[in-house]
Design a protein around this ligand. Structure first.
Ligand code: DOR
Ligand code: ZN
Length: 348
């Protein structure tokens, strides 16, 4: 049995850090383990220009502990009036690493997002030309479409036409939750990839709804049936270079989640790598963990692998993770996988 494993320091290819008090409270959990992260721009108001992304990056760097060598990779939030020259200049000067597409109203702070995808075609054309990745929240928002079908319908009705029109555009279908998304990415060309979250590898929809509503398991896209979770786990643990970790760690105050209209998001930054080690061990695929957490994403984004490494250690007993993060403005609940986790992480 493997009790120790050394891997290249992981990256998180989809992360919410927020701003102000929450940013300060949550960033050490990511920066102590991860080398880089693609930082989501869905602040309120969102980060819609390169200038705003630069200022946000400075706030992130200021909040990051001095002894952590973490590099935030910035994104901007596409609106129907995004200036394509701003994207082109920001990407060519390495000020942004990707651009994020939210369908209007799909999730937290997405009201400034896109209603008419055709309005973005000039921007997509430019991004295709310069190799700038498009990160996509892949859900339709049509109230007629059942919430459990929204990802599948998005792939069919929105994503596939975009990819056919811009066949060389680099696209990351974010936080996939369905067998259909896995299949779509698997048969696509190498410029189409997907991130998979830690929580979608652990939970199915019963976690949210069976035996009482559990708001801390509610996220978007919402977790689906067990067969979909298994499809995600198979994709993540296969080593296939088109699938990589994007935790979508999304901190919210407990008061905002435990409410009559609770917001979406699971906060997984503190225990993501131990949970993944436990899952991959159960799958008999520990040797594929590094591909998922540390290699495939960097290759997709044309970045070098992190030069540092981390060590994963299987302890004799399960680890007691703290289940709350305390901030001066409120508490944030850490994701509970519902099974014992015995792996710990050390920087080396
Ligand atoms: O669960 C989610 N939370 N999904 C998203 O797409 C956004 C995120 C957030 O920002 O809270
Ligand atoms: Zn997200």
């Amino acid at each position: 049995m493997i009790r120790e494993l050394e891997i290249v320091r992981p990256d998180d290819w989809h992360l919410h850090l927020r701003d102000g008090t929450i940013l300060k409270a949550v960033i050490p959990y990511t920066s102590e383990t991860f080398g880089r992260a693609i930082v989501m721009p869905n602040l309120n108001p969102p980060i819609i220009s390169v200038k705003e992304a630069i200022m946000y990056k400075e706030r992130i760097s200021a909040a990051c502990p001095d002894d952590h060598s973490f590099k935030p990779l910035m994104t901007i939030y596409l609106t129907e009036s995004t200036d394509l020259m701003d994207v082109a200049e920001g990407f060519s000067r390495n000020l942004i690493s990707a651009v994020k597409l939210y369908p209007a109203g799909a999730t937290t702070n997405s009201s400034h997002g896109i209603n008419d995808f055709k309005k973005l075609y000039k921007v997509f054309e430019k991004m295709e030309e310069i190799g700038c990745p498009l990160c996509v929240h892949g859900e339709v928002v049509d109230p007629q479409v059942d919430i459990f079908d929204r990802e599948y319908v998005f792939i069919d009705k929105v994503l596939d036409p975009i990819i056919r029109t811009f066949p060389s555009l680099k696209v990351v279908l974010e936080h996939i939750t369905t067998q259909e998304a896995v299949d779509y990415v698997r048969i696509s060309k190498k410029n189409i990839a997907a991130t998979i979250t830690t929580h979608h590898l652990v939970i199915n929809r019963n976690f949210i709804l069976a035996g009482g509503i559990k708001p801390h398991y509610y996220c978007l896209p919402v977790a689906k049936r067990e067969n979909h979770r298994i499809a995600l786990l198979n994709a993540a643990s296969s080593g296939n270079s088109s699938f990589f970790l994007g935790t979508d760690s999304a901190p919210h105050f407990d008061t905002d989640k435990e409410s009559a209209c609770g917001c979406a998001g699971c906060f997984t930054a503190p225990n993501t790598i131990p949970i993944l080690a436990q899952l991959f061990e159960q799958e008999g695929s520990l040797e594929k963990l590094e591909h998922f957490t540390s290699i495939n994403g960097a290759n997709f984004y044309d970045l070098p692998l992190n030069s540092e490494r981390i060590k994963l250690i299987k302890e004799k007993d399960p680890i007691e993770f703290s289940n709350k993060v305390f901030t001066p403005e409120g508490e944030i609940t850490v994701f509970d996988p519902g099974f014992p986790v015995s792996w710990s992480v050390k920087s080396i």
